[in-house]
Ligand binder design. Structure first.
Ligand code: MV4
Length: 451
């Protein structure tokens, strides 16, 4: 088994900090890369070395493959950890790392290609015997074919971009007229967003839950799962809160979904950290939706309930370690609230700027993953997430009580944040009862009086 001496972190913000922390604990040197807008960022300060890779725009810095490879070469880095977003699921980048003899701590280019194309991913999973949503056999070639499939499976149906994710190019169609209109607009939007207008069709599952299973595979094709995360609380396809275990889960369903997630990953010989996303309907039927081939924003809640460091697992697997093959089940309850620099009273519009006053919550069962500090200026160029508050307790109610307490202690002055939204969420009867689906945010109104 090889051991990395130095890892370059091709990311910024809290995840760059998160990766540096584990590297330090593993006695691995770190290289930060940063854009001109991030010169005063904490990841630059805490890494052993730092290399400026370009101007503020992501396309010219954190997405600029040639600059990142050059930074890895000049610092003599053995490996690159891409974090999430940016180049984490870029097949070309994974391939270029490989051809430059730099270990990419993520999926191979082939794997990213297979899972990144959603229609191919669904077709592959269907072949593997994983339950998929009834729909077209891959890409649709004509509106006539779309009609035929829709009439066969019955309305409502949903059109999806194969290059998609994040809801772009998605159209829900309740009848033939909407399907005709949806066909045109879905293709148009997909082409604009992804440079690819290929679309496929599925039965539309009404009011589902989004439940995902964390998996790890090793180089010998062995896969284990680390149970689920419930990510149903989203707004415009942005997750706001995640929790584990899911309030909707039973030990029977967890075992079934865990086994299916393992089957999915084993079928494609998956190596590294992955997440198998499912839609779960009211009757607890579950269907494969997508597979993410990266570490995810919400990974800490899993860490809290199974007592494993997932970034360490990623690095060890990349170094050639084998996994034991045993699965992990939640022993505690954890909730993560994403704190964004956004104004929840004005349609969650971005609120970049200077942090004037800052006080972090702490105490038993409270974890903060962040890169912000007092005086830090949040740049307008990147994602608006500035912190994650993760509370852990023996029970769900205990984790909610801790979250309320932590949010009350959290002081951020100078910018607007989503903290007031989360405080209201913690008092919402449906949330408290665990009675929510992906439609929850459609009817949630932030109360301006109750902050
Ligand atoms: C669906 C669906 C219902 N039925 N597919 C949203 C983003 C993209 N990754 C897939 N999405 C959905 N696919 C079928 N066949 C509902 C959604 C969906 C959704 C899924 C997860 C979390 C939040 C969501 C919000 C709206 C729609």
């Amino acid at each position: 088994m090889r051991r990395f001496k130095k890892i370059l972190i091709a990311n910024r913000g809290e995840i760059a900090m998160r990766i540096i922390r584990t590297c330090k604990e593993m006695d691995i040197k770190t290289v930060a890369v940063y854009s001109q807008a991030d010169k005063d960022s904490l990841h630059v300060r805490f890494a052993d070395e730092a290399v400026c890779i370009g101007p503020p725009a992501s396309a010219d810095s954190y997405l600029k493959i040639s600059n990142i490879i050059a930074a890895a070469e000049i610092t003599n880095s053995d490996a690159i950890h891409p974090g999430y977003g940016f180049l984490s699921e870029n097949a070309e980048f994974s391939e270029i790392c490989k051809s430059n003899d730099i270990k990419f701590i993520g999926a191979s280019s082939q794997m990213i290609g297979k899972m990144g194309d959603k229609a191919t991913a669904v077709a592959t999973m269907k072949k593997a015997g994983v339950p998929t949503i009834p729909g077209s056999d891959g890409i649709l070639h004509s509106i006539e074919e779309a009609k035929r499939v829709a009439l066969n499976i019955g309305f409502p149906v949903i059109l999806k971009a194969t290059a998609g994710g994040g809801g772009k190019g998605m159209r829900i169609c309740w009848n033939e007229i909407e399907l005709k209109r949806g066909w045109e607009s879905s293709k148009q939007e997909s082409l604009k967003a992804f440079g690819n207008d290929q679309i496929y069709l599925e039965k539309f599952i009404q009011d589902p839950r989004h439940i995902e299973i964390q998996v790890f595979g090793d180089c010998k094709g062995r896969v284990c799962h680390l149970s689920e995360r419930d990510c149903s609380i989203q707004r415009r396809h942005q997750k706001l809160l995640e929790e584990t275990p899911s309030p909707f889960m039973t030990s029977r369903l967890r075992k079934k979904m865990g086994e299916v997630a393992i089957k999915a990953a084993e079928y494609i010989n998956y190596e590294g950290a992955g997440t198998v996303e499912f839609l779960v309907d009211k009757k607890k039927n579950f269907y494969f939706m997508e597979m993410n081939t990266r570490i995810q924003v919400e990974h800490p809640i899993t860490e809290q309930v199974v007592s494993r460091d997932l970034v360490r697992e990623q690095i060890e697997i990349a170094q050639g370690a084998r996994i034991s093959g045993k699965n992990y089940f939640p022993k505690l309850h954890a909730i993560e609230c994403r704190i964004n620099a956004e104004d929840p009273l004005h349609d969650f519009r971005p609120s970049p700027g200077a942090i004037e006053t800052l006080h972090f919550p702490g105490g038993h069962g409270v974890r903060i993953d962040t890169h912000i500090y007092s005086g830090y200026i949040i740049p307008p160029y990147y994602d608006s997430m500035i912190a994650k508050v993760i509370t852990t307790s023996e029970t769900r109610n205990g984790a909610i009580l801790k979250m309320k307490r932590a949010l009350d202690e959290f002081i951020i002055e100078g910018i607007k944040t989503t903290i007031p939204f989360h405080r209201q969420l913690m008092d919402n009867p449906k949330f408290v009862a665990g009675n929510y689906t992906t439609k929850f945010m459609d009817s949630f109104r932030v109360d301006p009086l109750n902050q």
